[in-house]
Design a protein around this ligand. Structure first.
Ligand code: GEK
Length: 244
């Protein structure tokens, strides 16, 4: 696994972050050292697939990157399910295709890779949908319509797993959890320069919301059961179930 050194040298101007080939090359290292709780969330996505994926339905991994969740979900879903792994970054989809082609383990269900904006996907007979750290990159004004479309395309009993970087209304809480996140990154080898430059690169690109805002909107679009099940510093994950 290649080490993420993208922001380790001073830049005159830090441009907006993009999911290009240089990011793809270091992505597993980058996400593991940047998102506290990432491995725990993935493990639970695998467990939740066994509960929510129903025979003859469809599963979606939206913003799949290199398929960390996809590869766990496909082994737990019933064999007659189709799992759509969607990402709009060509470099991500290309690398994921290579990873899946090289993987000799027998997949349980069929996986379809889609290079597409998740706002353009249609959802049908969905039993389990994963938005693991992706909604935060979708423009704020487009989030309600996307979540409503997911809920409308879901079978009764289906579930959405939504993980996000979150923010806090209380400024003291916001600064404490930001500092704790930066401590986490430092403890995993990122320098202050890397932390500062990455922060500048994702400003206005990764737009976090408060946990309560996510919960309210998930209920508004039709999910009847909305359960925050995980939080580590300023990252949280919510399970939203469409009961009927
Ligand atoms: C994981 N879920 O490892 N449409 C499609 N893809 C998008 C869009 C969009 N509108 N916006 C961003 N992406 C993964 C990790 S990473 C999280 C998700 C992070 C894609 C983008 O190309 C990238 O691959 C992914 O969402 C976000 O479980 O890097 O912080």
């Amino acid at each position: 696994m290649s080490k993420d050194t993208i922001y380790s040298f001073p830049r005159e101007r830090v441009g907006q972050f993009t999911f290009d080939k240089s990011v793809v090359d270091v992505f597993p290292d980058m996400i593991a050292r940047s998102v506290p709780g990432y491995a725990s969330i993935l493990a639970m996505i695998e467990q939740l697939t066994t509960r929510f994926a129903k025979p003859g339905t469809q599963l979606y991994d939206l913003g799949c990157s290199l398929g960390a969740a996809t590869r766990l979900m496909r082994n737990q879903a019933p064999a007659d399910c189709t799992l759509y792994a969607v990402d709009n970054a060509p470099a991500m989809i290309q690398r994921l295709q290579e990873i899946l082609d090289a993987d000799r383990t027998e997949a349980h269900c069929q996986v379809e890779l889609l290079q597409s904006d998740i706002r353009d996907v249609s959802f049908d007979r969905a039993s389990f949908v994963v938005l693991n750290l992706t909604l935060q990159f979708v423009p704020l004004e487009d989030r309600p319509a996307l979540l409503r479309k997911i809920c409308d395309g879901m079978i009764p009993g289906g579930a959405l797993l939504l993980s996000e970087k979150i923010c806090f209304d209380d400024p003291l809480q916001q600064s404490l959890l930001t500092e704790l996140h930066h401590d986490f990154k430092r403890a995993h080898g990122y320098s202050d320069l890397e932390i500062a430059q990455k922060r500048a690169a994702i400003e206005n690109f990764l737009v976090p919301e408060a946990l309560e805002a996510h919960e309210t909107r998930l209920r508004d679009v039709g999910f009847q059961q909305v359960v925050p099940w995980f939080q580590c510093f300023n990252f949280a994950s919510i399970l939203a179930v469409k009961l009927s």
